[in-house]
Design a protein around this ligand. Structure first.
Ligand SMILES: C[S@@+](CC[C@H](N)C(=O)[O-])C[C@H]1O[C@@H](n2cnc3c(N)ncnc32)[C@H](O)[C@@H]1O
Length: 286
């Protein structure tokens, strides 16, 4: 209304958004949604069962109710009991095929800590793995994959995200004319699986770092699916990135364009949609 003081609703939401994330992270980490699956619990019983304080648990549960992650009702004995919502049962249980638990764990234990140093990242223009985890951060993936365990966690993160929205992304493009598809940095193979499911005539080759490829083969991609194969060629991907940059560059610079088109033509592999990077002159590698 005219004359009223403006209310900083958005700023307040942004300011406190991290409290919401943290409540979700904690409820998952403490096992609230798992324990409530299929039954209703009072705050005191749940606190006892999960080894938490009664007061802390009650506050967390009520926060989850306000976030619509739980419902609360009063039982015939007058006790307040809590249960999962449909959305929580679908996305916040480890056993659910659409579970986001792995993503939430990664957000809580890795991304949240790195974002603590966002101002430093902006000042310094580099990632903050060194401050957050005490590891050399010059190579981002070396830092992210600082142990096999961390690498697997990251792969689960990728996997769970694509389990939710991979099909929509893949089917947003008509890939049916393409039989041989390459997924550069294909990680856990989640998108490749969506691809061969949506376009059954296609085969997908996943390119990734050797240890990622091995883990993906062992733990993520069922080896009976012959339509998905792997290539442990980290260097190839580095060159291909450069080659893609070259093609983008050529769109903006007419002089470079003539020469780079020639280079591209020479490197095009007949009857495929691929370029042979080895035929691209090193002067185009940026
Ligand atoms: C942000 S992740 C994306 C993963 C996957 N495309 C997805 O969406 O699930 C980037 C991927 O690139 C891979 N990668 C990074 N550097 C690479 C290199 N030099 N050669 C091959 N793969 C690389 C990582 O291991 C990781 O799997």
């Amino acid at each position: 209304m005219a004359g009223e003081e403006p209310y900083p609703r958005k700023i307040l939401q942004y300011m406190e958004g991290f409290l919401v994330s943290k409540a979700l992270f904690s409820a998952c980490e403490l096992g609230v949604f798992e324990r409530l699956q299929g039954s209703q619990w009072s705050a005191s019983d749940l606190a006892l069962s999960l080894g938490c304080s009664e007061d802390g648990m009650e506050r967390l549960l009520n926060t989850c109710v306000s976030l619509e992650l739980l419902t609360a009702r009063t039982d015939p004995h007058g006790a307040v009991v809590y249960s999962n919502t449909e959305m929580s049962s679908m996305f916040l249980l480890k056993s659910s095929p659409r579970s986001l638990c792995q993503s939430i764990e990664y957000s809580s234990r890795t991304i949240y800590l790195c974002w603590h140093y966002l101002s430093d990242a902006v000042r310094e223009g580099r990632n903050q793995y060194e401050k957050a985890f005490g590891v050399d951060s010059r190579d981002l993936f070396e830092a992210m994959y600082r142990s096999d365990e961390e690498m697997v966690k990251f792969m689960h993160l990728m996997n769970s995200v694509w389990n939710i929205c991979g099909r929509d992304v893949i089917t947003a493009f008509d890939l049916s004319p393409f039989r041989c598809i390459c997924d550069l940095g294909g990680c856990s193979g989640a998108l490749a699986k969506q691809c061969v499911s949506a376009f059954p005539q296609s085969t997908v080759t996943i390119f990734d770092l050797p240890k990622v490829v091995r883990t993906s083969q062992q733990h993520f991609v069922c080896n009976q699916d012959e339509r998905i194969c792997f290539c442990e060629e980290a260097e190839f991907l580095k060159d291909l990135h450069a080659a893609l940059k070259l093609i983008v560059h050529s769109c903006h610079d007419p002089e470079k364009s003539k020469e780079s088109h020639k280079a591209s033509e020479q490197s095009f592999i007949p009857n495929t949609n691929l370029y042979d990077i080895s035929k691209i002159h090193s002067k185009w590698i940026m």
